[in-house]
Write a protein of this length. Structure first.
Length: 295
């Protein structure tokens, strides 16, 4: 079968797409949970998703800036700020299609800037989106994945490759686990000058490499919260300068303190949402890039 299950499926099924789609799509994730969003902030993330919602369609309110509009078929990009649901209770029923790190730029071009702390109506890019959502709503997950493959293959087959070869290499280096070298040294590894790299990176992702790296590190911290909520350990292993730096960065990207999030994670529904959306399905638990603490 072309649809292979992914490891670490503690909370919900996840499957790989058709082999031809894997350069664009990382995985399909099933999201079926009722969640009380009151006071529950979704942390910043580095991923880009295509959400196909057959449950509630709802807006998100970031800590600052305009509301993130919800659509039945929605493309949501990198989040640099925590956000909270605009309604108190959400009946989440969706398939979250996680895109590869540079796939959004290949697909959307300069519109990638619109989905950073924002969203686009995917119906503008996938004419069959409404029919697809109606068709998968009551289908088993395996059949949902098959329908997604069938619909998305003709969408992504003609998509051109836009990014610089070195940028793809640089992105791979930034995501490499257990490498605590500085951002600058990683840029050099990718064979790009700092200025050239930053320009390419910002064009392809909509954010700076430093900010991306800081969010990536916080994703690693949050992933470990599920297994080892030891604050002193997390502070040291992820390369924070001291406890105040750790807490400051944590609050910056989650809008809660570490201890409050530990308390929130006692609720299974909160853990489920964090595990499947904010945390990538196959990320390692080692730290990302230590980076710097400037905004």
């Amino acid at each position: 079968s072309s649809r292979e299950p992914l490891p670490n499926e503690e909370f919900a099924p996840a499957q790989l797409p058709h082999p031809e789609l894997r350069s664009f799509i990382k995985c399909y994730r099933l999201q079926e949970v009722d969640i009380d969003t009151s006071g529950r902030w979704a942390p910043a993330w580095t991923q880009t998703f295509l959400f196909l919602n057959y449950g509630d369609v709802y807006d998100m309110m970031p800590l600052r800036g305009p509301i993130i509009r919800g659509y039945p078929a929605m493309i949501a990009g990198i989040r640099t700020l925590p956000a909270i649901g605009a309604r108190p209770v959400v009946r989440m029923r969706a398939v979250a299609v996680e895109l590869q790190p540079l796939a959004a730029y290949n697909w959307l071009g300069d519109k990638v800037n619109s989905i950073v702390d924002g969203s686009l109506d995917a119906g503008s890019f996938i004419p069959e989106a409404a029919a697809l959502i109606a068709g998968i709503a009551s289908a088993p997950f395996e059949e949902k994945c098959a329908a997604l493959d069938k619909c998305l293959l003709p969408v992504f087959r003609p998509v051109p490759v836009r990014f610089h070869e070195g940028l793809e290499r640089a992105m791979e280096i930034l995501h490499r686990p257990a490498d605590r070298s500085s951002i600058e040294s990683r840029i050099q590894q990718a064979g790009l000058s700092s200025r050239h790299f930053r320009r390419l990176f910002k064009k392809a992702t909509g954010v700076s490499p430093k900010l991306y790296s800081r969010i990536l590190r916080m994703e690693s911290v949050l992933q470990e919260f599920h297994r080892n909520p030891d604050l002193q350990y997390l502070e040291k292993v992820h390369g924070f300068y001291d406890q105040s730096h750790f807490i400051r960065e944590f609050k910056r990207f989650t809008n809660v303190t570490p201890r409050l999030l530990i308390k929130a994670f006692k609720q299974q529904s909160i853990r489920q949402v964090h595990s499947n959306l904010e945390i990538g399905p196959d990320q390692e638990t080692e730290p990302g890039v230590p980076g710097n603490s400037e905004p």
